[in-house]
Design a protein around this ligand. Structure first.
Ligand code: CMP
Length: 143
């Protein structure tokens, strides 16, 4: 079954949005298979956002994502990668549709509440960066 990595960013955690965000994905029908509240070490942040290393906002991005606790999650379900991206809304909250997480709660492109993997390659890489195999549960006996 397809898996993706989603993370409530420090602004979302600070604004008490974890429950709302988890609720949206649960209600949609996806299964939460891993979760942790954590502070991201700088090295992990730089690695996670490695593809943006040359961007002018890279320093700001790493500073922000390490500025407070994040809620890292792994979700499972059919087409979860693209569906979760749709449910998150566009990266820039000003362009994100109402009804999406960023459209409803985000204000700026930097503080945009949530991160989600953009492809199956990213999902695999990001899940591996944040979780070990034994931190993920299986529901297969209940399906
Ligand atoms: P995210 O999905 O976590 O992936 C990369 C992040 O870079 C993105 O969300 C934005 O929060 C951030 N980002 C993109 N463009 C800018 C920008 N111009 N200034 C600051 N942050 C940005």
């Amino acid at each position: 079954m397809e898996k993706t990595f989603l993370m409530v960013k420090p602004d979302g955690v600070q604004r008490n949005l974890i429950g709302d965000i988890v609720n949206r994905f649960e209600k949609k029908g996806f299964k939460l298979v891993g979760a942790k509240l954590m502070n991201i070490p700088t090295e992990l942040a730089e690695n996670h956002y490695g593809e943006h290393k040359e961007r002018p906002f890279f320093g700001e991005l790493v500073d922000f994502i390490t500025s407070g606790p994040v809620f890292a999650m792994v979700w499972e379900g059919e087409n979860v990668i693209t569906t979760a991206r749709d449910m998150m809304g566009k990266t820039n909250p000003k362009e994100a549709a109402s009804g999406t997480v960023r459209g409803d709660y985000g204000m700026t492109v930097g503080k945009n509440i949530i991160h989600g993997s953009d492809s199956s390659e990213s999902a695999e890489r990001e899940i591996g960066l944040f979780f070990s195999e034994n931190e993920l549960v299986s529901y297969s006996k209940q399906d």
